[in-house]
Design a protein around this ligand. Sequence first.
Ligand code: FAD
Length: 216
Amino acid sequence: MTASPTQPNPLEVLSSAARGAAEAITTALARLPPLPAFPGTPRRPSSPSAAAAAAAAAAPTLRAAPAAPSSPPSFPGARRSQQHLQRVSKDELGRATWTLLHSVAAALPAAPSRLQRRAFCQLVHSLAELYPCAECADHFGKIVDARPPERAVAAEGGGGARQWCCEAHNDVNERAGKPRFDCSLAAARWAGLDCDGDGNSSCELAGPGAAPRRGR
Ligand code: FAD
């Protein structure tokens, strides 16, 4: 079929209509509001030019992405991390932090050096500032303000630090609705680090004022 000079070519009419429809769809898509940003969801580009830029930026990454591993990664703790979606729970962090704090206090000598006293107190104050659970840090900060560790450590050295930790931990236990711990058992519970995991080794405290390290 041929079009007369006065009548438009029907193929051209169809082609032009299809171009118009495609442009209308592109414009409508570009005006849609952005998708909510779930973790790991790529954001929708805000404009066609942003889309082009995003595509260009993503292309090398996509090309370079390694194939999905057929076996779990081999770094320590990988299995646990995968089961927990790689998030640390508040309880896990709490147990780990208390373990650190009680273990540090357990390692302090009866008469710590000035540096050791200061470092221990700084550790406590740092937790009140940096503990990554706002309500925990806030409550712990109040405990530290009400009963500064400096006093206990200056008066009673390492023993004072251990007692301070037990009492501060009990304040937190109380707030969390847990039973108080008998502080006369704290020395047995936190008897110092089992350095090699063989039940009868212990680690030395580093730093000035500590016992000299073997081989130095
Ligand atoms: P944990 O309380 O973590 O204790 C670990 C182990 O320490 C126990 O199994 C026990 O053997 C021993 N222990 C217990 N009490 C004492 C003690 N007084 N002295 C010596 N040893 C003891 N959780 C909240 O829900 N709200 C909070 O506001 C909050 N604030 C926190 C602030 C800090 C600085 C820290 C480190 C943790 C905080 N947590 C808080 C977490 C909470 O204290 C627990 O760590 C968490 O709930 C896990 O509890 P758990 O029963 O496993 O034992």
